[in-house]
Design a protein around this ligand. Structure first.
Ligand code: TRP
Length: 452
């Protein structure tokens, strides 16, 4: 990502698709449904949507405008505007390095399922033990994880992301279409109605601070916020493109896919496993346990399953490639050493950091960090702790250091900032206060787990 390529998005559509391409990934298809299932269905969905149109909107506007204003990515952007605050950029850059290792572990799981469907073993994947047996074995998950990481690293090394992006622009719409088909099928299975109700109708008795925390972490994760990514994207944006309406479209796209993924998976949990809290609280394994059952019951399920896992794999790869690209380009800038060498070091480091997440379900299943399995711990540390911290400082930076007016000016280069008032109030008061409250309660929560 060098200076000469800045401003290379051809226009609004190019920008929106590229940003949506980064945003849509495993977060939408794998993470959102299991969180929604776990945290009470409809109430989680409602909280998520409210946060998306307030918090998410504000933060994404702020980040994109920061990037476009300075023409720099995270570290440079904060530094350029105020030297004292360059630590936010560094902190933000740490997050992709925490996410990528466990993201690649899940990417490996997706590849495993693709291979299962490709070899026509769709039916065997429907048993409840299949997934458990797979992740609790030692060698296989590591091999798939390594394979996923290798593909990612090779693409980053060869610098063919542009080609991948072109393909993903075709595949993304296909993914949407296929998701609609599967979601509709899933909704109309006998017994699915209970699940649809659980997912759509909010049950306020299930509301708690954890719901907000989980929804907020998911929002950051899913929209690639609070880690400098959107700042970088903004730096490539042309001055005449309307930031506000682009953000609305990115959010709609991202939330739409997450919503559909929930519709594919949650009603199916009710059909195949009943709506017991145990079935709903399955966590990271939910998608892998439920979807094969849906495909198995469908006509032509094997083919649909193959198509689905190919598309998910692609969405995951485009995300992992840009995560790794971020890490590599930051290190290249800082260390000033050869890109190949950096790629090699990053590859090994990510593999080593990812290994505990991968083995946390087999030989290291007894080892817990703050009461969590490794994968859950890394996920918690980045999404529920670090990202809120970065988001908090970003709000303070925009609200009190450079002032919201600076953002408004940037936005109004291309069009009137319609929700300026809402933006100002959220970025200065509501967001910082809520984030601190939520963060404190989450840390207490984690400490509580720690005591047990
Ligand atoms: N938003 C992506 C998803 O939903 C994951 C992600 C987080 C990501 N940070 C990113 C993707 C940075 C690309 C770049 O799966």
């Amino acid at each position: 990502m060098n200076k000469t390529t800045r401003g290379s998005f051809t226009g609004k559509i190019g920008f929106v698709l590229a940003a949506a391409g980064s945003a849509v990934g495993l977060g939408n298809i794998w993470r959102f449904p299991y969180l929604a299932a776990k945290y009470g269905g409809g109430i989680f969905l409602l909280v998520y949507i409210i946060l998306a149109v307030t918090f998410g909107f504000t933060l994404m506007i702020g980040e994109i405008a920061l990037g476009r204003k300075t023409g720099l990515s995270a570290i440079g952007a904060f530094k350029a505007l105020n030297k004292k605050f360059s630590f936010i950029g560094y902190l933000a850059s740490l997050i992709p390095a925490i996410i990528l290792p466990y993201y690649s572990v899940i990417g490996g799981w997706v590849m495993k399922y693709l291979s299962v469907f490709l070899t026509g073993q769709c039916h065997s994947a429907t048993s409840d033990e299949f997934f458990g047996n797979f992740i609790s074995s030692v060698g296989e998950p590591v091999i798939w994880f390594l394979l996923f990481l290798t593909i990612t690293a090779v693409v980053v090394l060869l610098g063919v992301e542009k080609g991948v992006e072109k393909v993903s622009k075709i595949m993304m719409p296909v993914l949407v279409a296929l998701s609609v088909v599967i979601a509709v099928y899933s909704m109309f299975m006998p017994g699915a109605l209970e699940g649809v109700k659980y997912y759509i109708l909010p049950d306020f008795s299930k509301f708690s601070v954890t719901t907000i925390l989980a929804a907020m972490g998911q929002l950051f994760y899913s929209m690639s916020l609070a880690m400098g990514i959107m700042i970088t994207y903004g730096s490539y944006m042309k001055k005449d493109v309307n930031i506000e309406s682009s953000v609305k479209q990115i959010e709609l796209f991202d939330t739409g896919i997450a919503f559909l993924a929930g519709l594919m998976i949650i009603p199916a949990v009710f059909v195949f496993s009943g709506g017991s809290p145990e079935a709903l609280g399955k966590g990271p394994s939910l998608m892998f346990v439920t979807l094969p059952k849906v495909f198995d019951s469908m006509m032509g399920g094997t083919v649909i399953g193959i198509a689905f896992f190919v598309l998910v794999l692609f969405a995951a790869l485009t995300s992992s490639i840009s995560l790794m690209e971020t890490v590599v380009s930051i290190l290249c800038d800082k260390l000033k050493i050869n890109r190949r060498l950096v790629c090699g070091i990053v590859f090994i480091a990510i593999f080593l950091v990812g290994l505990p997440s991968c083995l946390g379900y087999s030989i290291w299943s007894e080892v817990k960090v703050m009461g969590m399995q490794f994968l859950d711990f890394f996920d918690f540390a980045s999404n529920s702790v670090l990202m809120p911290i970065v988001a908090f400082f970003t709000c303070i930076f925009i609200g009190y250091v450079i002032k919201p007016k600076a953002i408004t000016e940037e936005i109004e280069i291309s069009a009137k900032f319609k929700r300026e008032k809402m933006f100002n109030v959220i970025i200065k008061y509501i967001a910082p206060i809520c984030i601190v409250l939520i963060l404190v309660s989450s840390v207490f929560d984690a400490l509580g787990i720690f005591k047990i």
